[in-house]
Structure formats: structure tokens, C-alpha cells
Ligand binder design. Structure first.
Ligand code: 5AD
Ligand code: SF4
Length: 442
């Protein structure tokens, strides 16, 4: 390699964010440092997402943008990892003559060796083998919390649910949970390094430990709650079918657990939920929501929704709208369905046009926008506890942090407050954030 610099782009979910941090550490171990501009690098890596068509097109678009750099500098090494790499494997090398390296979701740890191989021998290579359970257990990504007050902690990986639209079980492999001892050690170490808030992550955290006969996820939360120095706990992603009563009770019982839960419903129609293979009905989902409110009256929820699943009629869609009105999520992440090859829904008959789906999507966004606006505006005048995460881009003397409901709050204050929990009086609500001022005696 003609210089010791690499450029890395990350697409998709928290899993990829964590994998990318690991990539940075691993490459640092072989003397490569990260740069902000691709034209300064001798190695360019894309860590990709295959969950929806849009993310896939974006990754290919970015890959294409690097071709001229490779034309100018043939020694440049271009690599693709993550879920697209896992799904397409070797084919990517056949399709893109300027790509040198493909590494799958189970092979991040081999990156230094693979990069070295390409650089030394000028060969192209691909590595997308899934690993066995024993090896995977040894390789759970861990973090040390350098320079951060919040951190993800990986508790499990993979998914066994096979929702009919979703590619994740195919590109991430089967569920595997990390030992609770290792997780708790990591949280303790993070706390010692100054981390105040941890988010326990996994594709399906509610089924944590079932295969391994580990402690339950609620017991794990309880133990994280007991760790000194940690002020806040979040977790994601939850599957409604696996949300136990015990876990619901945690929201009333554990003082550090934030009062926000991302609980993707995907659709409000029983017909569609069934076709999606989600494993719960509308009624069951709504009863979980009401139990959550009983356990913690001021809990707030967010969700993922797919519009235009094959066979979704106007009536099915109306059921989704009515569910949004009943649950009143603070936020939804909504997607127009895109067929993913290899999934069962990819073969389902789909009679509605892209225009119909787009029109429904817009209608849903309008409704949700009103619901969200209403919730956040009602917060104006109240005082919220905020974990200060840093200085805000809004200007000098401005800080930002998050409330228990995961809403960004901006306010003025001195930089010594970064990393602390403070009380902020909310003065204004914007589309994506709240504005406030430090409250007396914070
Ligand atoms: N089409 C549209 N949205 C999808 N999601 C997953 N697969 C698809 C697909 N094929 C959405 C789901 C999931 C989120 C991460 O992405 O809503 O919860
Ligand atoms: Fe995909 Fe369903 Fe697994 Fe979530 S639970 S990752 S939507 S298969």
C-alpha cells in the first residue's frame, strides 16, 4: 500500500456501526489510520446494509463513485463488507472489476489478514463463510467506551424469526447470545471509562439467552441496573412476540431504564401480520401496549411500519392508520415494502402499483407527523432530565443531550456539563428536537 490510510463508509443499523468500530480498531492494529476523504486513502471500505432496496442502491452508487479513484490509482484497494457482501459474495467480484475484496458479516475479524493478502499478492479475494457457534461466541464485538458518554453493548446477534419480508436471518445467521458475565464485565469497564448510558443491542434482544440457557433478558437488565456509574439503560430491537411480562415490569421497576421502547409493529392488520409471519395479532400487540402503560404510565413508544406489503388492501392499510392513532407513537420509521431476494414474500403476488403505495405512505406520514407534533408540543413548559452528550452544532455555548424519551434537547450551558445529567426546562418544540434552558438547581 502506498500510504497507511483507510476510508470507511457505514450504512444501516447499529450492528454495522459496532462492526465498523471494530474495523477501525483492527486496521489500527496493522498500522492503518482512518481518514475523512477517500482520495487520501490507499484502502476504501464500504460496510453495507441489504435490508431495503434503497440502502442497497445507495451502497452500489457509492461504490461506483470510487471507480475513477481506482482508475487513477490502480494500487488502491476497494473492499465491500456487511450484508450485501454476505448475500452476493463472489458475484460482486465478477460484477465489479474494480472491487478487490468482499468480506461477510461473520468475517470482520479476518479483515487485517485479508487486506494484507490483497496488498501483498495483488489478488482479489472474498470471504463469506458463516462461522460455527463456538467461534462466534469468541468473537462478540466489545467496546471500551473511549471518549464517549453513551455506548452500544452487543448482547446477541442474528435472528431466527424469518419474517417473510426480511433478509436479516439470511445475511446475519442464526441467533446467538453472549454470556451475561461478559456483557456485565463490559458494562462495568465502560462505566469505569466514563460511559453513563448503555444501549444493549441485538436483532432480537427479547429472546436473549434462550438457546444458551442464560439468565433472562429482564434479569440481565436488572444486573446492568445495579452497576455503579451507569445512569441510563436502553435496549433495541424488541420483537413484540417475545416481550415477556417480566420485561414489561422492568419499566416500572428499574430506575435507570429509560421510558422509551422501540417496539416495531410493521402493520396494524391481522391479515398482513400473518402474511409477514410476525407471530402476534393486532389485539395481542395492543394488549402489550396497555400493559406497558400500566407498568410505566409515562412510557413512550416508537415503531417501524412497512407500507405496501404484497396483498395489503385499503382496509388493511386503514387498520394500520387506526393503530397509529391508538398507540400514538412518538416516532415511526416507515418504509415502502421492497422485495428481497431469497425471502418468502419475494414470491407473493403484489397487485398494487407504486403510486398507490406512495400515496398511502404519504397519508401515513401526515397522520404520524400530527401525532408526533402533538406529543412533543405538550412537553413545552415541563422540566426534563437530559444526559448531556456534547457541544451542539447550533453555536458556541450550546449543548445537546437526550431525554429519557430519546428526544434531542438543545440548550445553553458550559462545556463542563458534558457527560452529566441535568434538568432542562423545555421552551420550544421543533420537528426533530426540543429547545430548553437549564433549570434552577440542576
Ligand atoms: N421492505 C421494506 N422494509 C423492510 N424492513 C425490513 N425488510 C424490509 C423490506 N423488505 C424494515 C422493517 C424493519 C426495519 C429494520 O426495516 O420495518 O423493522
Ligand atoms: Fe428481520 Fe423479523 Fe428478524 Fe427483525 S425479527 S431482523 S424484521 S426477520
Amino acid at each position: 500500500m502506498n500510504n497507511k490510510a483507510f476510508y470507511l463508509e457505514t450504512f444501516g443499523c447499529q450492528m454495522n456501526v459496532v462492526d465498523s468500530e471494530r474495523i477501525v480498531d483492527l486496521l489500527d492494529g496493522i498500522g492503518l489510520h482512518q481518514v475523512e476523504e477517500p482520495d487520501q486513502a490507499s484502502l476504501i471500505l464500504l460496510n453495507t446494509c441489504a435490508v431495503r432496496d434503497k440502502a442497497v442502491r445507495k451502497a452500489y452508487g457509492h461504490l461506483g463513485r470510487f471507480k475513477p479513484l481506482k482508475d487513477r490509482n490502480p494500487a488502491l484497494i476497494l473492499g465491500m463488507g456487511g450484508c450485501i457482501a454476505q448475500q452476493e459474495g463472489k458475484q460482486l467480484l465478477e460484477e465489479f472489476s474494480y472491487l478487490d475484496l468482499v468480506f461477510g458479516t461473520h468475517n470482520v475479524h479476518r479483515l487485517p489478514e485479508l487486506v494484507q493478502q490483497v496488498a501483498d499478492n495483488r489478488v482479489r479475494c472474498d470471504e463469506t463463510e458463516f462461522l460455527d457457534r463456538e467461534t462466534r461466541l469468541q468473537l462478540f464485538p466489545s467496546r471500551t467506551g473511549k471518549d464517549a458518554f453513551t455506548s452500544f453493548v452487543t448482547v446477541m446477534q442474528g435472528c431466527d424469526n424469518f419474517c417473510s419480508y426480511c433478509v436479516v436471518p439470511y445475511v446475519r445467521g442464526r441467533e446467538i447470545s453472549r454470556s451475561s458475565g461478559e456483557i456485565l464485565d463490559e458494562v462495568r469497564e465502560l462505566a469505569e471509562h466514563g460511559v453513563r448510558e448503555v444501549t444493549l443491542i441485538g436483532q432480537n434482544v427479547n429472546s436473549y439467552g434462550t438457546k444458551e440457557k442464560e439468565i433472562s433478558f429482564s434479569a440481565l437488565l436488572e444486573q446492568v441496573n445495579a452497576i455503579d456509574g451507569i445512569d441510563r439503560i436502553r435496549f433495541t430491537t424488541s420483537h413484540p412476540k417475545d416481550l415477556s411480562d417480566d420485561l414489561i415490569d422492568c419499566f416500572g421497576r428499574l430506575d435507570k431504564l429509560c421510558k422509551h421502547l422501540h417496539l416495531p409493529v410493521q402493520s396494524g392488520s391481522d391479515n398482513i401480520l400473518k402474511a409477514m409471519n410476525r407471530g402476534y395479532s393486532r389485539e395481542r400487540y395492543l394488549s402489550i401496549v396497555s400493559r406497558l402503560h400500566q407498568a410505566c404510565p409515562d412510557i413512550r413508544l416508537s415503531s417501524d411500519i412497512i407500507v405496501g406489503f404484497p396483498g395489503e388492501t385499503e382496509d388493511d392499510f386503514t387498520e394500520t392508520l387506526s393503530l397509529l392513532e391508538m398507540v400514538r407513537y412518538t416516532e415511526i420509521y416507515s418504509f415502502i415494502y421492497s422485495p428481497r431476494s431469497g425471502t418468502t414474500a419475494a414470491d407473493m403476488k403484489d397487485e398494487f402499483t407504486a403510486e398507490v403505495k406512495q400515496e398511502r405512505f404519504n397519508r401515513m406520514l401526515d397522520l404520524q407527523h400530527e401525532i408526533s407534533r402533538h406529543t412533543w408540543e405538550a412537553d413545552v413548559g415541563g422540566v426534563q432530565e437530559v444526559l448531556v452528550e456534547g457541544e451542539s452544532k447550533m453555536g458556541e455555548g450550546q449543548l445537546f443531550g437526550r431525554s429519557t424519551w430519546n428526544r434531542i434537547v438543545n440548550f445553553s450551558g458550559s462545556p463542563e456539563l458534558v457527560g452529566r445529567l441535568v434538568s432542562v426546562k423545555i421552551t420550544k418544540s421543533f420537528r426533530n428536537s426540543l429547545l430548553g434552558e437549564l433549570s434552577e438547581g440542576h
